[in-house]
Design a protein around this ligand. Structure first.
Ligand SMILES: [Zn+2]
Length: 85
């Protein structure tokens, strides 16, 4: 048996709604889901990776230019970052 080269943490978010960064409207309409992988600090000498399932919401405001937006990972990582903060 070989050891994996990294520890994987699998997580998902559980808030029912998210706020559009374009117009501040709250949306509960999930448009799609996608996975993000983030490098975390090593644990016991092993690399740690966080695999998070995130949702993309549809903005409810017809005039909003964003139309869809990804939910934020508040307290975990900056938008578009590859690593946790
Ligand atoms: Zn919006």
């Amino acid at each position: 048996m070989s050891l994996p080269d990294h520890l994987a943490i699998v997580a998902s978010t559980d808030q029912a709604s998210a706020t559009c960064p374009g117009c501040a409207a709250s949306s509960t309409q999930v448009h799609s889901r996608y996975q993000r992988s983030l490098g975390d600090l090593p644990s016991q000498g092993q690399a740690v990776k966080l695999h998070v399932t995130l949702r993309r919401f549809r903005c409810p405001t017809p005039a909003c230019p964003r139309r869809t937006f990804a939910e934020p990972l508040t307290g975990i990582a900056q938008r578009m970052a590859r690593r946790t903060c």
